[in-house]
Design a protein around this ligand. Structure first.
Ligand code: ZN
Length: 365
């Protein structure tokens, strides 16, 4: 039994057109289209050729129907700049992540989701409400990946092939997901995580999920979440010089540009001072990169999970096999956010029936 939608999903995951994949598999485009639309069933031999061209194990295509992540559900930054093919590649990765999450949830008691949704308040107010609900006080936000994970967000890493997608998020069966591009600077990663939290909290309920307004709101949320107004006003002088700014960005572990923006926001920089600071920072290379930046934040849950799995004899290769995924897919989802090594043999006997409970403690730094 072949599941037609899985052929399309794997093709979209590889960002291939029908014509291109048909050529690679040595079949006609019409036949391939018929297979994807369930008008015809490929022979086992043809399916093997399609699977080989896509780099997916043949078993992937005979597994049960996979729930797709609809485009309306996903908050993409700069949607207009992202080609449809890239969007589909990223969304199909999301569908695979949901599968992985379901598989993991059967084996581990992952943290319960506790992300609130607020339709009405301003981004600044929403950020303060989440901070207060999560008892973060008025100081710099902790490790954002750990924080999201501790509140039940499933955080995965994005394929670095799709650099123009910074991050995205969605809700699926009351579980929030965030995907981060691990190719960006550490500061950018924190901002992206907070931005996606903003989408999860504010959008797709009473407010539209995407568009320039949603993007602006998510940025405002991130800025307020990472740099609480009271803390910024208490610590920063009015009209700080660029060198003061560069020193201070470490307090909140944000980019120099993001701090300048926030200072303008809370009126510690005038319009003129803000523009001058941005010009100076751009000259110093702070627009496109973060010289002397912080290290990227990584997952706390995923290394724990894969360490425990290894103890039960589940190497990543075996996990991929059970999920009928290419190992590279699993690595892409997981290891960009984890420092666990990619290979090595599993050890120890399979575990008992009980699902280990994973505790995630957001560290204060
Ligand atoms: Zn966004």
């Amino acid at each position: 039994m072949v599941t037609p939608s899985r052929i399309r999903l794997a093709r979209e995951r590889r960002a291939l057109t029908l014509a291109r994949l048909a050529r690679m598999a040595g079949i006609s485009q019409q036949s391939l289209s018929n297979y994807e639309n369930a008008h015809a069933v490929p022979t086992p031999e043809t399916l093997d050729r399609i699977a080989a061209a896509l780099g997916f194990p043949p078993g992937f295509f005979t597994s049960e129907e996979l729930e797709e992540v609809p485009s309306e559900a996903v908050a993409f930054r700069a949607r207009t700049k992202t080609s449809m093919r890239k969007q589909k590649a990223v969304r199909s990765q999301a569908a695979l992540a949901v599968e992985l999450n379901d598989w993991l949830s059967e084996r581990f008691a992952l943290p319960e989701p506790s992300v609130p949704t607020y339709g009405r308040p301003s981004p600044e107010a929403a950020a303060e409400m989440v901070r207060s609900l999560w008892a973060l006080g008025e100081t710099a936000a902790p490790n954002m990946v750990h924080l999201l994970e501790a509140h039940g967000v499933r955080v995965f890493s994005l394929d670095t092939e799709h650099q123009e997608v910074d991050a995205f998020s969605f809700w699926r069966d009351a579980v929030p997901y965030v995907f981060l591009n691990t190719g960006k600077s550490g500061e950018r990663g924190r901002f992206d995580a907070a931005h996606e939290l903003g989408h999860l909290v504010m959008h797709g309920h009473e407010r539209p999920l995407s568009g320039p307004e949603a993007e602006r709101e998510a940025n405002q949320f991130a800025s307020a979440f990472l740099m609480p107004r009271a803390d910024v006003v208490a610590r920063m002088p009015a009209g700080p010089q660029v060198d003061q700014l560069l020193k201070a960005k470490g307090i909140w572990r944000v980019s120099a540009m993001a701090l300048a923006h926030r200072l303008h926001d809370v009126e510690l920089l005038t319009d003129w001072q803000y523009r001058a600071a941005c010009r100076k920072l751009a000259e110093m290379g702070y627009r496109s990169a973060e010289p002397d930046g912080i290290r990227r934040e990584t997952s706390q849950v995923l290394p724990k999970v894969f360490t425990l799995l290894r103890r039960q004899g589940h190497t990543p290769a075996r996990v991929a096999e059970e999920l009928r995924l290419p190992l590279s897919e699993l690595n892409t989802l997981v290891f960009g956010l984890s420092l666990t090594s990619r290979s090595g043999a599993g050890r120890g006997a399979p575990g008992g029936q009980e699902r280990p409970v994973l505790r995630v403690v957001p560290d204060p730094r």
